[in-house]
Design a protein around this ligand. Structure first.
Ligand SMILES: [Zn+2]
Ligand SMILES: [Zn+2]
Length: 162
């Protein structure tokens, strides 16, 4: 009985040891990978947080920094899912940054929304809704007149052409 107990105990201990060393190995590999990613960042290569692909930072249109780095190809899926989870303030901040990034690097255009009409999206790669920067989303210009940049709606569409 005594012997059995001791056997059980030592088996459990061996098991724990194996698990510990496996854990240590995984942790070390993890550190190594992180070190490599840091080294790549020094070389000007960064990774998309969604598809895990690497991109050159020298190309400013490759990765968008919206709190996490996201490559252009991942934006149409990433933005709708992340924007739902953000608070209004945070969402508007990133939305504005994304809108200007798309305009600067991907020929995106600001399109007015016309109430009652269905927008033509056949030529759009994708689009996002954004606050009108001209009237800061109020729909009104300084003198109280209707904002002509957004038809007084306070919102526009940022359309990326195909
Ligand atoms: Zn990506
Ligand atoms: Zn406006």
């Amino acid at each position: 009985m005594q012997q059995e107990l001791r056997n059980d105990f030592s088996q459990a201990a061996t098991h724990d040891l194996a698990e510990d060393s496996l854990f240590a190995t995984v942790t070390r590999v993890d550190h190594d990978v992180n070190d490599l990613i840091d080294a790549l960042a020094l070389l000007g290569v960064k990774r998309c947080s969604q598809c895990r692909k690497f991109f050159r930072c020298a190309d400013p249109g490759a990765l968008f920094d919206g709190g996490q780095l996201v490559c252009y190809a991942c934006i149409p899926d990433w933005w709708p899912s992340i924007s739902m989870r953000l608070g209004v303030e945070e969402r508007e901040k990133i939305e504005g940054k994304l809108a200007s990034w798309l305009r600067k690097h991907h020929r995106a255009e600001v399109i007015k929304v016309t109430p009652g009409s269905v927008p033509d999206t056949s030529n759009a790669e994708f689009q996002i809704a954004a606050k009108c920067v001209e009237c800061a989303g109020s729909g009104k210009l300084m003198e109280g007149e209707r904002c002509r940049f957004c038809n007084g709606l306070g919102a526009v569409r940022i359309v990326v052409p195909k």
